[in-house]
Write a protein that binds this ligand. Structure first.
Ligand code: UT7
Length: 432
């Protein structure tokens, strides 16, 4: 599928206005893996570029909790209350369950009362697919604010006795808030592709409806990632350059216009070959896989956050994000970065958000209780007592969101800063 909505209908452009990441604390070095499988730091570094990865060792740290942490950070940066989020897209290959969607768990963790939520399954390409979907929702007027999250706990589906795969992957999450704006720019073009004939090259064989869990599937390790590394490598080196050229072409740009490429962080050699094919100089390519390994769909948004932290992205820069993965899938996007990357979150705003999340958690607990209560404890309106209390908490939360300290209300609201100021001036100029 291809979308070429650089010229958005109705003057609706999709800008990334918030970003965040979440990584487990536990660092696992290559040397530690030498104790687990027959491998060496030298082999892993020279064949992949990876030096260490993060692993979620605490069972309470899950794909959804990492996703929610990254999303909160993105909302903080965007300075958007969670009640304004219309859609939550969680791209993941390590969902908490087949259903409900991990996105629904994230919706509950965030207290995103006005959001729809669904999971997107396109493996490592999923985050960029998600940006394409977010852009479509915004262009068609169906959404104003879309959270796109890439989150994984691949360590939970990794065979720690298989040296072909266990040295590669890591856990983590990255999120962006994509917002509608009349200001030209933002996500200019997207490319989303698939070659299903390569599905068996990278697969989690069991646990779905084709091969349900049995004692045999567990005993034979069919619930772990299986990969034909060489075949995926060949595919990746070809498709990364191809997808980059396509998105640039659709956006009316060339490789020379690009300020930074953020490729999927799978293997240093894949990145190097692809970028050489594109004749892109080293300084225009972002890498952080040495620290996190391959976090699948989370790798691009985590890298985006770090590129911003390292001052590698500035307002009006042209960015390309490009990835590949199981499916086989691939995806790319060209973005005209629309907002300043220096963001300051005030103490008041941070406290306000934290109180709001506290109320959301309490509300969620009350709603859980109400789902399990019989129907004999209801008011005339049909609400149970916990539902009545939950509604009251939601009212308090809305009140809290509308509160502004005097000195801040007087200042220009930092809400997505200049983009919003530009929005205002564009709106003034737009004829009725
Ligand atoms: O997000 C998408 C996910 N997947 C990928 O991106 C994977 C793409 N593929 C790759 O990155 C590379 O193919 C790998 C890193 C997986 C493997 O690198 P390679 O250079 O293609 O190695 P290879 O599979 O050709 O294996 C070379 C040798 C083999 O030994 P023999 O048959 O030559 O004796 C492997 O058994 O290296 C051996 N080997 C290892 N040795 C030490 C494989 N894994 C290891 C290991 N430590 N961890």
């Amino acid at each position: 599928m291809t979308t070429d909505l650089g010229m958005m209908p109705f003057g609706r452009y999709a800008h990334i206005v918030g970003w965040g990441k979440a990584l487990p604390d536990r660092v696992v070095t290559n040397h530690e893996l030498e104790q687990v499988v027959d491998t060496s730091d030298e082999w892993i570094r020279s064949r992949t570029g990876i030096q260490q990865r993060r692993i979620a060792v605490d069972p309470g740290e899950t794909t959804a909790t990492l996703a929610a942490r990254a999303a909160r950070e993105a909302l903080e940066v965007a300075d958007i209350p969670v009640s304004k989020v219309d859609m939550i897209i969680v791209s993941t290959s390590s969902p908490e369950h087949t259903f409900p969607a991990t996105a629904c768990i994230v919706q509950d963790l965030l207290g995103a009362v006005n959001a729809g939520a669904f999971d997107l399954s396109a493996a490592c390409s999923g985050f960029v697919y998600g940006l394409g979907v977010a852009k479509g929702l915004i262009a068609s007027g169906q959404a104003e604010n879309v959270l796109v999250i890439g989150a994984e706990t691949l360590s939970r589906i990794t065979d720690w006795s298989d040296r072909n795969t266990c040295v590669l992957f890591g856990d983590g999450a990255g999120a962006v808030l994509v917002q509608s704006s009349p200001v030209p720019g933002g996500i200019l073009s997207t490319e989303m592709g698939c070659d299903g004939s390569g599905g068996d090259l990278l697969i989690l064989p069991a646990g779905g409806s084709k091969m349900p869990a049995t004692l045999e599937t567990v005993a034979s390790g069919q619930h772990f990632i299986k990969m034909n590394g060489r075949a995926v490598f060949r595919f990746a080196t070809r498709i990364m350059a191809e997808a980059t050229r396509k998105v640039l072409d659709k956006a009316g740009l060339t490789v020379d216009d690009v300020d930074l490429v953020i490729p999927h962080q799978a293997n240093e050699r894949i990145i190097a070959v692809s970028m050489r094919n594109l004749k892109l100089p080293e300084e225009k390519v972002f890498r952080n896989l040495q620290y996190y390994g391959n976090t699948s769909t989370a790798s691009i948004p985590i890298a985006l956050c770090e590129a911003i932290e390292q001052d590698r992205i500035k307002q009006n820069d042209t960015i390309v994000m490009v990835g590949f993965g199981a499916g086989l899938t691939w995806a790319g996007t060209a973005i005209k970065w629309g907002v300043p990357t220096e963001k300051e979150v005030s103490f008041w705003r941070a406290s306000q958000r934290s109180a709001s999340y506290g109320l959301s958690r309490a509300r969620s607990q009350l709603l859980r209780l109400s789902h399990h209560l019989g129907s004999n404890l209801v008011t005339e309106e049909g609400d149970s007592l916990p539902q009545v209390l939950a509604k009251r908490l939601e009212e308090w939360r809305k009140l809290l969101e509308s509160e502004e300290p005097l000195e801040e209300a007087e200042e220009a609201r930092p809400e997505t800063d200049e983009l919003h100021q530009q929005n205002a001036s564009t709106e003034e100029k737009t004829p009725e």
